[in-house]
Ligand binder design. Structure first.
Ligand code: FA5
Length: 338
């Protein structure tokens, strides 16, 4: 038994010298020191030798086990250290390398203009409201004094869905929804998407409007002019010439359209303003008594004005864009300029 043990020791210690990596070291350790290893089975055989020899043999087994264990653990530590060092070297960050360029996203030009318009009106005390894009005939037309078969329905080519439902053609139905829910005094703006069967260089089937209205006991056309002039001068420039022109909307009386001097030719007359020197930017007027009737407001007591701004139109003028469809093609070469 003693000879066998010394032989095992010799073989194991010489094998250790040829171990080249962690896997081989683990396999070696398991084979010699594991539960099924040679030394373990010899320990089990201790019972078959004379009792007097057992302590000495037992001690020898432990000494050999200890020696092998110490050598192989030393080897393993070396492999593990080398492995860690290699990993750290691979993870090393070169802080002197130039950074990777991540292009910054920006707000769409229409959103930029929309935000600016809302900000100017918020500054004048207007609160924002919203309404649904799928509307009923009642809110989009009827309550706004446009009964069925009224020729004014032709002013806005409508996308009908089914039955009474349609895609709203303007943000004016939000006037009705807000006035049904709240009592004057009111100062509200309602930004949102609207839809019409329309498509050319100044019209798209989906576009954005900002509705605005103010209702109280003594609101006059002078207030309308004051608020809209202040708005346009703030949005464009302080000395921008503007004009109010008589117009017609079934839900306002009197009605007006507001023009600004053509930003392309500065009023001299060009292709964009069709030689007039002026560009229309919004519709407005004093809220019609029939609209107040629809929301149960006392038209003898309250007056108010309302307006609707076409945001794409404003964006075209602000940025000098001559085809509205560019805003919706999502060509990043175009969008990157804003
Ligand atoms: C209206 O939609 C009225 N609701 C505005 C209003 C509100 C008047 C409150 C009085 C009181 P109009 O159809 O003119 O009006 O449209 C308003 C603006 O939307 C136009 O001046 C124009 O700038 C813009 N617009 C109209 N159709 C299109 C379209 N297809 N594409 C892009 N912009 C459009």
């Amino acid at each position: 038994m003693k000879d066998r043990l010394l032989q095992i020791e010799k073989a194991a210690l010489s094998e250790i010298l040829s171990i080249k990596n962690k896997e081989a070291a683990l396999e070696f350790k398991n084979r010699h020191l594991g539960r099924k290893g040679e030394l373990t089975s010899l320990t089990k055989e201790l019972g078959s030798i004379p009792p007097a020899e057992r302590p000495a043999v037992g001690e020898l087994i432990n000494t050999i086990r200890g020696k092998i264990e110490e050598r192989v653990n030393h080897l393993l530590t070396g492999f593990l250290n080398a492995e860690r060092e290699q990993r750290l070297r691979a993870e090393k960050v070169d802080v002197t390398l130039p950074g990777r360029y991540l292009p910054l996203g920006k707000k769409h030009p229409i959103t930029q203009v929309m935000d600016e318009v809302v900000k100017i009106f918020s500054g004048m005390g207007f609160a924002a409201a919203e309404g649904p894009e799928i509307e009923t005939d009642y809110y989009n037309f009827e309550a706004l004094n446009i009964p069925k078969d009224h020729p004014a329905r032709d002013m806005q080519d409508t996308f009908y869905i089914s039955g009474d439902y349609l895609l709203r053609t303007h943000t004016s139905p939000v006037q009705i929804r807000v006035m049904q829910a709240q009592k004057p005094p009111l100062r509200v703006i309602a930004p949102g998407k609207v839809y019409r069967r329309d498509s050319d260089v100044t019209h798209t089937p989906m576009f954005h409007q900002v509705e605005g209205f103010m209702v109280d006991e003594s609101i006059t056309f002078g207030d309308l002019k004051g608020v809209l002039s202040a708005f346009l001068h703030s949005l464009f420039r302080e000395d921008m010439p503007i004009r109010f022109r008589p117009s017609f909307f079934p839900f306002t009386e009197p009605s007006a359209e507001v023009d600004i001097q053509c930003v392309i030719c500065n009023g001299k007359g060009c292709r964009v303003c069709k030689g007039s020197g002026w560009l229309e930017v919004l519709g407005a007027g004093m809220i019609h008594p029939m609209v107040f009737k629809a929301v149960n407001y006392d038209a003898e007591k309250f007056t108010g004005f309302a307006f609707g701004i076409g945001i794409e139109r404003i964006a075209m003028l602000k940025f000098g864009i001559d085809d509205i469809r560019l805003f919706f093609e999502n060509d990043v070469r175009f969008l990157r300029q804003f």
